[in-house]
Each structure stands twice: as C-alpha cells, then as structure tokens.
Design a protein around this ligand. Structure first.
Ligand code: FMN
Ligand code: SF4
Length: 570
C-alpha cells in the first residue's frame, strides 16, 4: 500500500484545514450552473465524483462575486446573493461526505467579463488606455465556426474599458467579503481569491495594466492593495477557521512590463502578512494568442510552472500549491525537493477522477491518462461545458448509468479509441463483448498519431492494460464483414471504424516519395502495406521494404527515433 507516493499521499495542513493528502483539484469552469448562476445537479455530480475519487482539496470553479457584473458567463457560479447559499450547501455536503475539503474560487473578471460586454457594460481595468496587445490574437488560429461560437459569448460585441474608480474598487472588496460570508454560511471550507489569469486583481498586480498614480498603483505594494484589502477584510469577518488561498501569476508572459517572479514573491509575502493561508502559483500570458494560452494559464510542458512555485515558496512560510501539468511522480518529487507543499492536478482529474484512489490503492497503472489535448478548455471559449477526449462522462452527467435489464452479446468493429472505450464500458456493465480489429494492433489513428504525440500512445497502452483484465474478447487481424459479424450471433453491433482523412492539398504531397496519413497508418499497422510499397522505385521503396521486413514498423518508439535522424517516410 502507498509505496510510491508517500509525500503526495500524506496528510497536509492548509491553514485551519487538515487535508487527507496533498492532491488539489484546481478551479476549472464547468459552466453547468443554471441561467441564474445557481449550482445544478450536474455541478454537484461533477464535484462529488472528484471527492469520491480521493482528492484532498477541491476548488470550485471561478465564481463571480458580483454576478452578473464582472462575470464571464451566466452559467458560472454566482456568489452575489443569498439565493446561492442552498446550492453551495449541497456542494459542501457532497464533498464532505467522501472526506474531501472544498473551497470556492472567487473572482471579478475585470477586462474578461463576457456578461458585461454582452450587456454593453464597460469592463473594469486599472488604467486606460489598456496596453496594446493582439486583441484578435485568438482569432488567428481559429476556424470560422469556432469564431461564430465565440461571438455568441458576448453577443458579437467588443469590450469598452473603464478605469475603476475608488468607489467601484470599494464595492468589489465588499462583494468579496459578502461572498466569503455566504461560502462560510454554506459550510464550505474557505475561499480561493483569484488574483491570477488577467482578471481584475491580476491586472492591478501587473505594471503593464496598472499605470495608476493613486494609492492603487505604482509600487508592487500599492498594486497589491486591492488584493491585500480583500484578504484582510475576509480574515476579519470570517475568522481563523476559514481557509484563505490566494491564486497568483508566478509570471506574466507575452507582454512588456508584465508580472515578474520577484514581484509574484512580494505579492505572496504581502498576502501572507494580511492573513492568507496558502499561495497557489499559476501563470498568465497577456499576448492574447492561442500559443500564448499554452504559456499561461494552460501549460503545454510538464511541470511548466514548478520553478515559479519554488521561487514563491522560498519567500514565504505558508504552504504553496504548485500547478501546471504535474503528474503524480513529478508531484512526489516537487514536494520532496521542497518546491511546494500541495500539488494541483487539473486536467488529470477531469480525465480520471479516481486518480488519487488509484495511487492510494497502489495501482497507478490504472490511471486513465490525460493526453494534454486542450479539448476540454476549448469549450470555455464559447461558453460550452467542457467535454473530455478520454473521459466521456465529463459534461454528460445527465446520462444515467443504469444496470442493464438484460445482458447482451455486443460485437464492436474497430479498436480505435471509441471502439476500445465502448468495449470497456459495455463489459463493465456486464455485457458479453467481442472486439474485432482488422490490423494487428489496437489504437487505430490514435496509435498512428502517437508518432508525433506520445501521449496518445499512453492512452492506448492504458486501454490495453484495462482490457487485459476484463472479459472482453479481442480478435486482431480480423477483417469483419456482415457474414463474419453475424457468426457471433450479436444482439448489438457497434461500428467504430473511425474516419478517413481527406486528400492533402499541401504542395508536394503528390510526389512519389510522400505518403498520406492513411498510407503511413496502414504501413504501421501492416494493412495493405504491400500495395503501398509496390510501385515505389526509389530509395524510399528500399527503406520501406527493409522497415517492414525487419519488423521496425511494429515499434512506434523506434520509428519516432529514426524519424528524428532522417525522415525517410515522407
Ligand atoms: C476546462 C478548464 C477550465 C479552467 N477554469 C479555470 C478557472 O475557473 N479558474 C482558474 O483559476 N483556472 C482555470 N483553469 C486552469 C486550471 O485551474 C489549471 O491551472 C490548469 O489547467 C493547469 O493545470 P493542469 O495542467 O494540471 O491542468 C481551467 C482549466 C481547464 C482545463
Ligand atoms: S484528455 Fe484532453 S480533454 Fe481530457 S482533460 Fe486532458 S486535455 Fe482535457
């Protein structure tokens, strides 16, 4: 039991809270509240799944303290009236029932307040004019369909900016305090003040956005005033048994004069002095582009912000929560190295809520991997509910999993990710499952794409492990047709044969040595490979022939390595 992750799975103290382990689920919008920002059954189910899965601390997604003012979406949780308390109370019950603690991320979204923009309300910023950045940056890598969906968020309107007045800032502070009292009344365990990601407090902390010369701008101490006033007043009103976490940007990328890691450390020191119990270190890119988004807040690299967390940790004595593609082994190491005290795992807990339990039960191999594909968060750009490429339950909580009245004989054709998942689910529910695959390997296009995106290969390996322990009968090298399918006498046939790629229009793709996606995929899987090799009379032909004969194409890792030296296949 608990051999590999002694630190990650040990109890931890965060202010007044004792957490059963060091795994934190960070705030992640699910956008599934009612039109009035009230907690829905879907919201409850989402968080209960993660509480049951064993995480120590859950942080409710970003919730608007002055909803609908300063809110990004109607469907995000509201904290602005007493009507929200009963829903939050249910949330507390569902989390506590399974031994998790739960706090609420509270925010004023400042310049990114979609609901204000849609209602022609100017959005609050520290200073006008705002710094020049690529306001249409996100549009450069976006399809027309996606752009249309994005436009619905704000009714197609562009923001107008208003320099926040002293009165408006006092109102914001008061709204945070009232929100905290509601959270406390609902029996939740504390608050996370969202001072990161380009929202109102974050823009006050940033020299790039805050060029004020009054008591709210200038030195970092003055720029941190909005944050420190909020923390101080909440501590005073809510007392010492209420946890206060502050989420900050450890660095602001993509803009001149953005927040530096030294400034982030000073902000953390100030927050500690005025009563914060922990600092959660994330990051932001203010470039406004799609690529910038992977600099912050949705990192692409493993442990992308760990150094930022370490820098902050060295400046303060309260605990630090690190975040940013931290997998369990990295989390264990980061705690051991004293880079942080707690580890937030966001997308991994969307992909597999049972991650902590699998570590506790010493079965890390059972954890369904997040493939770092950004499908979930893309929904947030157009007000959708996140769905997940590997976990079909995310965003589909209304679909009841019922015990089948009659067990069926299910035949599935195609062992790509959807066929594999279908087999896993049907077998879990007790059906008799036969999975037919025409090639010698599982995974379909996902296996092929693992050449460039190894994470996809991890997913296929996971399916292989899980199905090996199941009752599913897998028939590889099986070319299914109606006759062979009917020979299994199925009650249900699922066709999961995937898609075919369209012909590339990239210049040069017609050259004889260039292979299309489908051709390369077939080669790897040895389906129709003789036909593909036939007719290629140059060096590529020889290499392809050798590759097939030597069995090289059976090993994705070897092909990946070879392709780095020389790309003979394309
Ligand atoms: C679908 C989705 C929604 C998110 N919503 C929020 C949010 O409401 N507030 C916030 O501070 N961060 C939000 N984030 C960022 C996460 O809290 C986290 O910092 C980020 O995903 C990096 O952690 P990870 O690599 O472990 O996923 C969101 C991320 C995702 C994937
Ligand atoms: S697999 Fe993709 S969609 Fe699912 S959590 Fe990970 S990044 Fe998000």
């Amino acid at each position: 039991m608990r051999k590999e992750f002694p630190r990650l799975l040990s109890e931890g103290t965060l202010g007044p809270l004792t957490l059963r382990n060091r795994i934190v689920m960070p705030a992640m919008d699910q956008n599934n509240c009612t039109e009035d920002g009230l907690i829905s059954d879907k919201t409850l189910q989402h968080y209960e799944d993660r509480a049951k899965g064993g995480a120590g601390l859950l942080i409710l997604e970003t919730s608007a303290v002055k909803w609908p003012d300063g809110a990004t979406s109607k469907h995000q949780p509201s904290l602005s009236s007493d009507a929200v308390v009963p829903g939050l109370e249910k949330l507390a019950e569902r989390a506590h029932k399974h031994g998790a603690r739960m706090i609420v991320q509270a925010c004023h979204h400042g310049r990114i307040s979609g609901l204000d923009i849609s209602r022609d309300v100017p959005v609050l910023v520290p200073s006008t004019p705002i710094p020049s950045f690529d306001t249409l940056g996100m549009a450069h890598n976006t399809t027309t369909e996606e752009l249309m969906k994005m436009a619905t968020l704000t009714g197609g309107k562009l923001p107008t900016f208003k320099e926040a007045s002293r009165e408006e800032l006092e109102e914001v502070i008061e709204a945070f305090v009232e929100a905290s009292l509601r959270i406390k009344k609902a029996n939740l365990d504390g608050i996370e003040i969202h001072a990161a990601h380009g929202y109102l407090i974050s823009t006050f902390l940033s020299k790039a956005w805050n060029r004020r010369e009054d008591e709210w701008g200038g030195s970092i101490e003055k720029r941190a005033r909005l944050l420190s006033e909020i923390v101080r007043k909440i501590r005073k009103k809510c007392g010492s048994d209420f946890a206060i976490v502050v989420r900050i940007d450890g660095h602001e990328y993509g803009i001149e004069n953005g927040i530096t890691s030294d400034e982030a450390s000073t902000t953390a020191v100030i927050a500690e002095e005025v009563g914060a119990d922990a600092i959660h270190v994330s990051a932001i890119s203010s470039s406004g582009t799609g690529v910038g988004f992977t600099e912050g807040p949705l990192p692409w690299e493993r442990c992308q912000y760990s150094e930022l967390a370490k820098t902050v940790k060295s400046a303060i004595s309260i605990p630090v929560i690190a975040v940013g593609r931290i997998e369990p082994a990295d989390g264990e190491r980061l705690i051991a190295e004293n880079s942080c005290d707690f580890v937030a795992m966001g997308r991994q807990l969307l992909a597999d809520p049972e991650l902590p339990n699998n570590l506790i039960n010493d079965s890390p191999e059972k954890i369904r991997p997040c493939i770092n594909c950004f499908v979930c968060v893309a929904q947030n750009f157009w007000n959708g509910e996140p769905v997940c490429a590997v976990n079909p339950r995310l965003g589909n909580y209304e679909e009841k999993v019922e015990v089948p009245k009659k067990l069926k004989n299910v035949v599935i054709v195609g062992a790509g990710p959807s066929g594999l998942e279908c087999a896993r689910m049907a077998s879990n529910r007790g059906h008799k499952v036969t999975l037919l695959e025409q090639t010698r390997s599982l995974g379909g296009t996902a296996l092929f794409s693992s050449l460039t995106t190894p994470k996809n290969g991890e997913l296929i390996n996971w399916f292989e492990r899980i199905l090996k322990d199941s009752e599913v009968v897998i028939r590889k090298n099986f070319l299914a047709d109606s006759k062979s399918i009917m020979s299994f006498d199925p009650d249900v046939v699922v066709i999961a044969t995937g898609s075919q790629s369209s012909k590339s229009n990239i210049k040069g793709s017609e050259l004889p040595h260039v292979l299309s996606r489908d051709q390369l995929k077939a080669l790897l899987q040895e389906a129709n490979s003789s036909e593909i090799i036939k007719g290629r009379k140059n060096l590529s032909y020889l290499l392809l022939w050798l590759g097939r004969k030597s069995g090289l194409f059976k090993n994705v890792q070897k092909i990946r390595k070879l392709s780095k030296l020389w790309m003979p296949l394309g």
